[in-house]
Design a protein around this ligand. Structure first.
Ligand code: IPM
Ligand code: MN
Length: 344
């Protein structure tokens, strides 16, 4: 396997450093041959070379087995540049049309939701990852008129919904919830509704469910146990997965994957670059470590993936981690990385 590593900015390099320890250990244990190739892209690279991703960047990445990304976002680079020209450029450029975000409360992790335990919070969000308000269609007229269009294609919706049905079918509960705002966004989300219904006919074994996105925010807090697999558009997926991260114990543990089932996928923690915590060895690396586990599973190395997840679970249940928040864990970033690697 050829794994590309983009540590990125802020705490990105620290969390990827720890994720690499797990990757190395799991690969050694399961006899997986791999090569890591590191790319210096991110804020500092941009400030030096005035480009977020070199012209040859996408070609380079498209020859890899998978990519592991730390975080992007730099205090000296205006918001929007690295997001668009690096992160979204890779997601779109490699057609990573699924953003897969498990919302899973692990044993030993505190959730702010009263009386809920790991058996109640265990679902996965399939976020469409190339369209919607992220399509970049729109413009500004005389500074005062701004148009940002929510664009959907049948192709984009169909492949996303099909992926979600396939995933739901493989999970124990076999239930898929479509989250949209079809009562107001009647054009765009009307199309989501139609496609969901059509494709759903091919999956009689999967229970179908629907929630408007505002109500979804309510149910995720009140009754998270209702959900198993959730499919939604790019913008709503962005928002509800931050909410999801909070109920699973915080940004420090929420992992995700930008997936192109036929191409090269990129795995990354949901959290950002958190510049105020950078370089202090106090940030929680679990999200990056769990993203590595997702990457191995995606590459067909289920046992290696499981060995990382099990190691994380054993450390979380050991009582050694006092809190999931940066600086309050009772252990440093590198100590956690070492303990997970040891447990593997
Ligand atoms: C995420 C992030 C990105 C997004 C930003 C950094 C562009 O919030 O991965 O959820 O909006 O998709
Ligand atoms: Mn987000």
């Amino acid at each position: 396997m050829k794994i590309g590593i983009i540590p990125g900015d802020g705490v990105g390099p620290e969390v990827t450093r720890e994720a690499k320890k797990s990757l190395k250990t799991a690969c050694r244990k399961h006899n997986i041959k791999y090569k890591m190739i590191e790319y210096p892209w991110g804020g500092n690279y941009y400030l030096k070379y005035k480009e977020a991703l070199p012209k040859s960047g996408l070609d380079e990445l498209s020859g890899l087995s998978a990519i592991l990304l730390g975080a992007v976002g730099h205090l000296d680079v205006p918001a929007g540049i690295l997001e668009k020209d690096l992160l979204l450029a890779i997601r779109f450029g490699l057609d990573q049309y699924i953003n897969l975000r498990p919302i899973k409360l692990y044993p030993g992790v505190w959730t702010p939701i009263k009386d809920k335990s790991p058996k109640d919070i265990n679902f996965v969000v399939v976020r469409e990852n190339t369209e919607c308000l992220y399509a970049g269609i729109g413009g500004v007229l005389r500074d005062d008129v701004a148009i940002q269009e929510m664009v959907y294609t049948r192709k984009g919706i169909e492949r996303c919904i099909r992926y979600a049905f396939e995933l739901a079918r493989k999970r124990e509960r076999k239930k898929l919830t479509l989250v949209d705002k079809s009562n107001v966004l009647t054009f765009g989300h009307g199309l989501w509704q139609r496609v969901f219904k059509e494709i759903g006919e091919e999956y009689p074994d999967v229970e179908k469910d629907h929630a408007y996105v505002d109500a979804m925010c309510m149910w995720m807090i009140k009754n998270p146990e209702w959900f198993d697999t959730v499919v939604t558009c790019n913008m709503f997926g962005d928002i509800i997965t931050d909410l999801g991260a909070m109920i699973q114990g915080g940004m420090g543990i929420a992992a995700g994957g930008n997936i192109n089932p036929e191409g090269v996928s990129m795995f990354e923690p949901i959290h950002g670059s958190a510049p105020k915590h950078a370089g202090k060895n106090i940030i929680n690396p679990f999200a990056a470590i769990l993203s590595t586990s997702m990457m191995l599973e995606h590459l067909g190395e289920k046992e290696a993936a499981d060995s990382i997840e099990k190691a994380v679970i054993s450390l979380l249940s050991s009582g050694k981690i006092q809190d999931m928040a940066a600086g309050k864990m009772g252990l440093s970033t590198s100590e956690i990385g070492d303990l997970v690697a040891d447990a593997i």
